[in-house]
Design a protein around this ligand. Structure first.
Ligand code: ZN
Length: 134
C-alpha cells in the first residue's frame, strides 16, 4: 500500500457561508462544488490546491461526527485523506498489519469516491481517510 498523494484535507467549520470567503477572498481559491453527504450528516464545500482538495465540512446535525467534533474540539482540521489506488485493499492491508479501523469496507463519500477511515487511536491522534475511485 502506498498513497499517491494527499487527496484532501477535511476541515470542520461552524458555517460554510462564513468560512468560504476566507478561502476565496484571502487565499484566492475558488469553491468549485457543494455536496451534502447525508450518511455523514454534513454539507461540504470544495476547493483545489494542486492535486489536493480542501473539504470544508459543516454539520447538519449535532449527532453527526462533525457536530460532535465541533462541540468537543471546535473548528479545525478534522481528517487527512490519502489517495489510494484501491481503498478496499488498502483497508484490508492496514487491518492485517494490526491497525484498528472505523470502516472495514469502503463506503461512498463525497464526489462518488470510495472512502474508509482508520481509527484515530491507531494513528497517533490523526483521523486518516483512504480515498479513491476503486
Ligand atoms: Zn474526507
Amino acid at each position: 500500500m502506498k498513497p499517491t498523494h494527499i487527496e484532501h484535507i477535511g476541515i470542520a467549520v461552524k458555517s460554510l457561508d462564513e468560512s468560504i470567503p476566507f478561502y476565496e477572498k484571502i487565499l484566492g481559491l475558488k469553491c468549485y462544488g457543494f455536496e451534502e453527504v447525508r450518511d455523514q450528516k454534513v454539507k461540504t464545500a470544495f476547493f483545489i490546491v494542486g492535486q489536493t482538495k480542501i473539504e470544508l465540512l459543516e454539520s447538519t446535525s449535532q449527532e453527526g461526527p462533525i457536530g460532535k467534533f465541533l462541540e468537543k474540539k471546535g473548528q479545525g482540521i478534522h481528517h487527512i485523506a490519502f489517495a489510494m489506488e484501491h481503498v478496499g485493499q488498502a483497508l484490508k492491508e492496514a487491518e492485517e498489519k494490526g491497525v484498528k479501523l472505523i470502516d472495514n469496507t469502503p463506503r461512498k463519500g463525497a464526489e462518488g469516491l470510495n472512502i474508509g477511515f482508520l481509527h484515530p487511536k491507531a494513528t497517533h491522534g490523526v483521523l486518516i481517510e483512504f480515498c479513491g475511485k476503486k
